[in-house]
Design a protein around this ligand. Sequence first.
Ligand SMILES: Nc1ncnc2c1ncn2[C@@H]1O[C@H](COP(=O)(O)OP(=O)(O)OP(=O)(O)O)[C@@H](O)[C@H]1O
Length: 266
Amino acid sequence: MGPVIEARELTHEYPDGTTAVRDVTLAIEAGERVAVVGANGSGKSTLQLVLGGLVEPSAGTVEYFGETTDAEAVRDRLGVLLQDPNDYLFNTTVREDLEYGPAQLGMSRETADRRVAALADELGLRGLLERPPFRLSGGEKQRAALASVLAFDPDVLLLDEPFGAVDAHYRERIRKLVTDHEGTVVLFTPSLDAVPEVAERVVVVGQDGTVVADGSVRDVLTDGSLLTENGLRPPATVRLFEGILDAAELPLTVAAARRRLLREER
Ligand SMILES: Nc1ncnc2c1ncn2[C@@H]1O[C@H](COP(=O)(O)OP(=O)(O)OP(=O)(O)O)[C@@H](O)[C@H]1O
């Protein structure tokens, strides 16, 4: 199938001279679930803007679906969720915000209604649809913003911290929506705890805006020194068993850690 997003030698410098993304070459294959991780200020959000075609890089190119470097030509196939949910909530009601993307992209009314209703149920927004979006809580806004991106059924999701302000119940719902997505998912996050539940590949961005590692979730998340050098730390379950188990055996999730402990008890 080939890459859905192929970035070549991307660099982005802001007008004040800050280089946020530096010489990034990265291919995201169709159907992959990738986490882009890095400390605060490492350039994840800027990379997301450039990969999502919302910001023109200072240098380098991004090719979409092996077809085009014009993001506008494939806008209906890219679902970009930025960090601030307010970027998605600008209509009179939450319902209008959720219907906006599908309408813009010419989805039939019937399909749009069905998708919006299903997402509203899934993300606990049903009772909030007629409310003005500015009267939502932080977590509700985040759920509504995600719903507005999923509503138009994009092939590729580029999600900045979709779990940020969300409680445990909806975190699980969002995890399921993301892992059930029949397409490609790129998650941008400074926190590694949710990564093993969502991604299979991890790209680490260093403080200088370069890609410093790109590998399987296990290889990257059990490499304590790589993570520490880049302002990150391994998930809690890895830290718990570090030095006790071999890297290949370190549990990446709470469920895996529990299985491991129960096995020891027998
Ligand atoms: N509009 C801007 N103008 C100038 N510099 C900027 C701008 N936006 C971001 N930066 C700088 O670019 C660098 C990368 O920022 P970016 O927001 O991409 O990082 P991030 O990895 O997403 O951080 P966080 O984890 O805090 O969200 C930082 O040094 C930041 O201060």
